[in-house]
Design a protein around this ligand. Structure first.
Ligand code: SF4
Length: 55
């Protein structure tokens, strides 16, 4: 699936990711995995997109 595709169910602004849509702030994957690097997540910055891959 190319990066022209935008999955309008997954908004994302991470342009450094190779799955980011080229033309809009959406992800191009069918699904993503969200996780955390914290043992007790309490805020948005505690969460991570674990489907991220560097461009
Ligand atoms: S994989 Fe995650 S970080 Fe990458 S474009 Fe999709 S939602 Fe954004």
């Amino acid at each position: 699936m190319g990066t022209e595709y935008k999955n309008t169910a997954i908004e994302c602004s991470i342009e450094n990711c190779k799955h980011h849509c080229n033309s809009a702030d959406y992800c191009s994957l069918d699904k993503i995995k969200v996780g955390t690097h914290e043992c007790d997540p309490t805020k948005i910055p505690c969460t991570d997109c674990q489907s991220f891959e560097m461009k």
